[in-house]
Design a binder for this molecule. Sequence first.
Ligand code: GRF
Length: 207
Amino acid sequence: MSNSFRLGVLGSGKGSNFAAIADAIAAGKIPAETAVVLSDVEGAGILSHARERKIPAQFIPPGKFRTKLDEESEPAFVRALQAAKVDLVVLAGFMRVLKGDFLRAFEGRIVNIHPSLLPSFPGLEAWKQALDHGVKVTGCTVHFVDAGVDAGPIIGQQTVPVLDHDTPESLHQRIHAAEHELYPRCVAAIARGGISVQGRRVIWQKS
Ligand code: GRF
């Protein structure tokens, strides 16, 4: 096993953010490797993206709840990440809220990407919330995960304009493109040891 910084990626969907991170690793822009990709959805695109890249990928049944992992599933996720010796858990479209034991197992080492400029529009379909609210600028946020929903210290944000003719789909697409730039940049900074957390503030050291 190499000594590099090891990512464990969790996702429920297409996996375009994971693909962007994997491509950035392959291009030498992130000093890390993806140790494992896990999903709560058996046919999720993120698992195919991983297998195409010869990265270990595993479906773990989420159990009986709709929005969180149950008491068998949560330890199974934790065990798989620990077995892969991950340094950072990267949530990339993982559609379940993580609870106490999971958070304690990887305290301060879980990051997420959210499709709005937090703290505006936490929760589901944030791009639609932004459009419905009438904001002129929205974007995406990478943040540490704590016990709140989309609430932990903010690592990075990228803005996206809301255009007059936007539909939820067109706005979501523009946000997605911004995510694919922001997430690899933030993961790279963490992998290099280039950020520190002071309360709610995440400070980037100059490189
Ligand atoms: C992204 O929009 C992200 O902000 C949200 O889930 C979506 C995941 O998309 N958390 P993908 O699976 O990475 O394409």
